[in-house]
Design a protein around this ligand. Structure first.
Ligand SMILES: *Cc1c(COP(=O)(O)O)cnc(C)c1O
Length: 364
């Protein structure tokens, strides 16, 4: 088999090896079934069990209480950028508040603007999106339809340590790049959604956790594929669902439950990885620097810069030569970014730290 490198890609991103290996083993025929997951009917008993198990695993890991639905939708996180305002802003006679902490929030706002009035309740643009707001600085409208946040801004590497308080207004969260990385108090959320390809599975499936009262509130005049109510009623099976994606979410969440032990344990490992990396950066006397301010730093995406941008090229090249891949930062922030999602082993971060220390010593 081809040797795997340490893949620091922001997404699609590294998946747990045991999940990939099981998918590989069972790809041509599911055990006891004799048919591939890629060939089986989404109405079969086998797939029904797979989607039910994926949901049960998510409920267990995220401690999702009764009164919430779990949906598996398509169209990625950006489809949710549209579906949320189509269901809850258009025709609501209210505006919606968006807390803007980076590039993905900006795209969510652009999509919502096509459906109704958007208020930006806070905008981190002045400091190039390097921190999340203090509660006191939020300009929230108590009558808004919902408040939207991006729990982890994948490009800037800025993460909310805890949820903002939105009172009685439903909190809607794009958790695409930190879902399943730590425990979250689901009760604080009206909707939590995440595309799978950062931390939960392959591209093509989107996890949506939505409170029952919001499902009920979803209007009847939407095309069924864009309606939370219709999708919930059809148990995510209105049309052919992303069968393979749901299957992979089941395998990834099996790994989280059986091998890792749950989200407390996962968060501890993620904290350790992020701390290791930030220690090297903070200890480099300015050779490297983290984009995000302390207190807002992401455990999933460490966006960092080299003081001399002319060294970016050699840094990335030499890293790649050691099997440390996909460390280039997003063009809007520049520099480098190490995405260290759940499935990135501690050893991968260890190797990256060693390389960074050496590179700094040689080039400072
Ligand atoms: C990757 C990402 C998206 C975009 O997801 P798609 O599935 O490509 O639409 C949106 N939000 C965040 C926070 C992301 O990390």
């Amino acid at each position: 088999m081809e040797k795997r490198v340490y893949n620091f890609s922001p997404g699609p991103a590294v998946l747990p090896l045991p999940a990939l290996e099981q998918a590989q083993r069972d790809l041509t025929a599911l055990p006891g079934v004799g048919i591939s997951i890629l060939e089986i009917s989404h109405r079969s008993k086998t797939f029904t069990e797979i989607i039910e198990q994926a949901e049960a695993n998510l409920r267990k890991l995220l401690e999702i209480p009764d009164g919430y639905r779990v949906l598996f939708l398509q169209g990625g996180a950006q489809m949710q950028f549209a579906m949320v305002p189509m269901n809850f802003l258009a025709g609501a006679g209210k505006s919606a508040d968006y807390i803007l902490t980076g590039s993905w929030g900006k795209k969510a706002i652009a999509a919502a603007n096509t459906q109704g009035d958007v208020r930006v309740a806070w905008d981190g643009g002045e400091t190039n999106y390097d921190h999340v707001p203090e509660q006191a600085n939020l300009n929230l409208d108590p009558n808004s339809a919902y408040v939207h946040i991006t729990s982890n801004e994948t490009i800037q590497g800025v993460q909310f340590p805890t949820e903002p308080d939105t009172g009685n207004v439903p909190l809607v969260c794009d958790a695409s790049s930190d879902i399943l990385s730590r425990p979250v108090p689901i009760k604080k959320y009206g909707i939590l959604y995440a595309c799978a390809q950062k931390n939960a599975g392959p591209a093509g499936v989107t996890i949506v956790v939505i409170r029952d009262d919001l499902v009920k509130q979803s209007p009847d005049n939407l095309p069924p594929m864009l309606s939370y109510k219709a999708m919930a009623k059809g148990k995510s099976l209105l049309n052919t669902p992303p069968v393979f994606g749901v299957y992979m979410i089941k395998l990834v969440t099996d790994w989280l439950l059986d091998k890792i032990g749950g989200l407390e344990q996962m968060a501890e490992i993620n904290r350790k990885k992020a701390d290791m990396l930030c220690e090297v950066i903070d200890g480099s006397a300015g050779f490297y620097s983290v984009h995000a301010a302390p207190g807002s730093r992401s455990m999933m995406n460490v966006a960092f810069r080299l003081a001399d941008p002319a060294l970016d090229g050699p840094f990335l090249e030499q890293a790649a030569a050691r099997g440390l891949a996909s460390l280039k930062g997003h063009r809007s922030v520049g520099g480098c970014r190490a995405s260290i999602y759940n499935a990135m082993p501690v050893e991968g971060v260890q190797l990256l730290c060693e390389f960074m220390l050496e590179f700094c010593k040689k080039n400072r």
